[in-house]
Design a protein around this ligand. Structure first.
Ligand code: TXA
Ligand code: MG
Length: 318
C-alpha cells in the first residue's frame, strides 16, 4: 500500500526523479507526474490502465507558467482564468511542443488547470515543471475524493498519496474550449455553466455527444460503479423492483419503508453543492454494499445539478 501523508518535500523528490504520486485538488484526487517528461506521463496511462487516446489535464499554479506551455491565451480564456482560477475549471489551449504529444493524445490543444488546493498549490509553486494529472482511479471507475479512495484502488501501484482531506467540490472540473472563438463546454463539472456564461456570455454544451469523442470524458459509460444503476422516480422504482435486493441513492428524500443502511441521501437540506461533495463517496459505498442494484433519481438540472446528472447518466449506462 502507498504511504499517505503531507510530506511535500518527499512528493517533490519523487516527482523530480520521474515518479508518480496522488495529489489532492478541490475537485477529485489526481494521479500526478511531470507533464514535460514523456516517461512519467506514460506511466500515468499504465497505472490507470487508461487508453492512449484519452488525453491528460496539465496542472500548474500561475498564468505566467501557462504562457510557457501554450501558444496563446484568447481573451475569453483569459477572462475565465481571471475569474475562476485557482478553481474547478479546465481550459483547452493550443499547445507548444514542450508538452509531449502523449499527454494530449496527439491533439493540438492541451487541457490546463490551476487547481484550488493549498497543499497542491504549495507543491506546484516549488516544482520547475507542471503536473499531468488525470483523476486517480482505474479508467472508467468513479473518481476518488479522499486519500483512502485512491489507496483502495491504486495503493499498490504508487509510493505516496499526498493527503489533503476530502475534496471540497467533489466532482471533476468543467472543461471549456473554443471553436473558431465560440466557447464550448466539453465536460460539465464543478464550475457551473451559469457561472461561466456570466463572464463570457453564451456557451455551447457538447458534453453529450458519444460518437468519436474529442474529449473522452464524453464517453457515455464512465464514472461508473460495478453495480447496475437505474434512474427514475424512486417511489415507482421501489415498487417495480420490490422483489430485488436494492439500495437507494436520493438527492434529499428519506424513504421510511427502506432500512437506513440501504439508502444514502446526498443532501438533507437539498444543497446541490453538498450533493456534489458527497456523490462519489456515496457511489463507492453503494458499490460495496451487499445489494444487487442501485436505484436513484436525477437532481434539478441547474448549477452543479447538471454535472451531477451527467455523472449519474453515465454511471447508469452499461
Ligand atoms: O477535476 C479534474 O479535472 C481532475 C483533477 C485531478 O484535476 N482531473 C480529471 O482528469 O478529471 P481526467 O483525466 O480524469 O479527465 C480529463 C478529461 C478527459 O475526459 C480528457 O479526455 C479531457 O479531459 N481532455 C484532456 N485533454 C484534452 C484535450 N486536449 N482535448 C479534449 N479533451 C481533453
Ligand atoms: Mg477521470
Amino acid at each position: 500500500m502507498a504511504a499517505i501523508g503531507q510530506d511535500i518535500s518527499l512528493v517533490k523528490q519523487i516527482l523530480q526523479t520521474g515518479g508518480n504520486v496522488a495529489i489532492p485538488t478541490e475537485t477529485v484526487y489526481g494521479l500526478a507526474g511531470n507533464a514535460l517528461d514523456a516517461e512519467a506521463v506514460l506511466n500515468i496511462f499504465k497505472i490507470k490502465e487508461r487508453p492512449a487516446f484519452d488525453p491528460l489535464i496539465v496542472h500548474t499554479n500561475t498564468v505566467e507558467k501557462i504562457h510557457e506551455l501554450v501558444l496563446n491565451i484568447p481573451d475569453k480564456a483569459y477572462q475565465l482564468a481571471e475569474a475562476f482560477w485557482p478553481g474547478p475549471l479546465t481550459i483547452l489551449l493550443d499547445k507548444k511542443s514542450i508538452i509531449p504529444d502523449l499527454a494530449t493524445s496527439g491533439l493540438d490543444r492541451v487541457a490546463i488547470r490551476i487547481p484550488n488546493h493549498p497543499l497542491t498549490l504549495a507543491l506546484l509553486a516549488e516544482l520547475p515543471f507542471p503536473l499531468a494529472a488525470p483523476s486517480a482511479n482505474p479508467f472508467g471507475y468513479i473518481s476518488p475524493t479522499t486519500a483512502l479512495h485512491v489507496n483502495d484502488q491504486l495503493g499498490n501501484k504508487i509510493p505516496y498519496i499526498l493527503d489533503g482531506g476530502p475534496c471540497t467540490i467533489g466532482i471533476e472540473s468543467t472543461i471549456v474550449g473554443f471553436e473558431e472563438g465560440v466557447p464550448v463546454i466539453y465536460r460539465l463539472g464543478g464550475m457551473s455553466s451559469e457561472q461561466i456564461q456570466s463572464i463570457i456570455g453564451p456557451v455551447n454544451v457538447k458534453s453529450h455527444s458519444t460518437s468519436n469523442p474529442s474529449a473522452p470524458g464524453m464517453l457515455k459509460s464512465h464514472y461508473a460503479p460495478k453495480k447496475p444503476i437505474v434512474i427514475g422516480n424512486i417511489d415507482r422504482l421501489i415498487s417495480r423492483f420490490k422483489e430485488e435486493n436494492f439500495a437507494i441513492l436520493s438527492f434529499n428524500k428519506t424513504f421510511r419503508e427502506i432500512p437506513e443502511g440501504k439508502q444514502i441521501n446526498l443532501s438533507v437540506s437539498g444543497s446541490l453543492e453538498e450533493a456534489a461533495r458527497n456523490l462519489f463517496s456515496a457511489l463507492r459505498i453503494l458499490d460495496k454494499m451487499q445489494v444487487d442494484l442501485i436505484l436513484t433519481e436525477l437532481l434539478p438540472d441547474t448549477g452543479l445539478g447538471r454535472a451531477i446528472n451527467d455523472r449519474l447518466n453515465r454511471a447508469a449506462v452499461k
